[in-house]
Unconditional design. Sequence first.
Length: 548
Amino acid sequence: MENQHVCNNEHSLVFNEDERRGILCWACREPVLGPSYSCIKCNKFHHHKSCAKLPRELQHPLHPKHSLILFAEWKRVCDKEYSKCEVCKEFLEEYTYGCFHCNFNLHSKCASLPLTIETEVHDHLLTRMWKSIKFTCDLCGKEGNVPFLCASCNFCIHPSCASYVRNVKVIRHDHILHLTISSLEVSQSVSRFCRLCVQKVDTDYGFYYCSSCDFVAHLDCATDKENREDINLLKLMDESKNDDLELDGSINSKTYIVKKINVGEDGIEIVTEVKHFSHEHDLKLTNEVENNKKCNGCLRVILPPFYSCTKCNFFLHKSCIELPRKKRHPLHRHPLNLLPKAPYRSKLFRCDACCQDCNGFTYHCEECNFDLDVQCSLMLDVLIHKGHEHYLHLSNTRYEQKCSSCDFESFQVYRCITCEFALDFKCATLPLTARYRQHEHPFTLNYAVEDDSGEYYCDICEEERDPKLWFYYCADCSYPAHPKCILGNYPNFKFESSYSFYCHPHPLTFIEKIRDHPTCHKCGHPCEELTYQCAPCNFNLHRPCLLK
């Protein structure tokens, strides 16, 4: 069965009875899940059966004075500028019915919407008003011009708002949230904040709510795929206690085997030697100070007591030894697994919270290629930080928010509901004290202007500082410095670590800078920084070249 499509005479469409999964329809841009039409010559140009038989001309109640003509989006763009569909207000990227006289456009699927619908947001049938009138949506509170209406309740909403569900489960709350429209159902307070984005909620319109915990969330925040629970609700409610305990690290989640225990003078048992899953040798507890050494797990300066390997440059804080194998985190909908090395070719990863490159332990989701470094994995919904007087709440949004301490923008920040203060993960996890090379005293993270001179410079790079931004300060020497100047360009890297790769028979050592600038084995250019090296073989490889 052949069909000549009205939008393109070059393609004769043939009916396919076989299912064509993973293919998008050229007309509506929706997946083709069943029988379809496609071009007999190029085996492309796939269409749903209904989309392949769209009428060339259409009379529509929204535009009664002229007929609407079907055209393909790319042909329309050649004639006029991008326009929006009059119903969904989205840009035209699919087959569209349009009037050339009036520049009036409707997506083909919006033009064929039903006159009445059932929806979870209202108890009665909603009727589409096929007339452009200005109204305020009773669900989202925004203006529109083509509403769904329940005349008996005087209830008006956008067509897009009709798709909200009655109940939703978000990863950052234990209970199901219920769609609520009346503010009378909510505990009254001066102002209400969404617990997902930490922005104000207008309770005169729709929102999601848990009455048991007084938990409020915006409609879009609760239904965002990054916040919404990705499992069946019934399964979630029936989840066994044993699974919860394992996820929390309470049982069967240890990352080490105890090899030796000593009993102290006070009778307390002390684990002095362990076999950790991240290292091939046993690790021994020590109290000796190791200058400028980093923990292989969290990449922070190693301080006693800690566990070390007598054969390798490998150290782990006691707290990193005790990290759980699995955990949940409010930034991700799937459980995360602890890995000693990133499962990528470079053995490095970029933390999805602080956006910094790292080569320590990662909490990883294989399905999503999602990674959290150790420090960010310890950050929960509420943060108490010395740099701000109020509690800070985790805000995860679709748009970037500016950090008050560094001025960079991020999708995930900690926000204050009392003032406009916000803190991104990078600044929230800055060490409170730090050492700098051969400087005699430690530097302390400083949150305020230290004097009224009006001149603010970094004493390391000698460039001007913004007095509103955080900095490190040595009070003994009156020595201020940028965080980057103190911590370096790669604070979340541990150099001199060794890795095995397919491209060389020996382990390669990860090095920040090489003084003599040897030639990269792959590209032939000098290696200046971030190089993998085998010194005995004089083999050097740039980090980017490892990925080629």
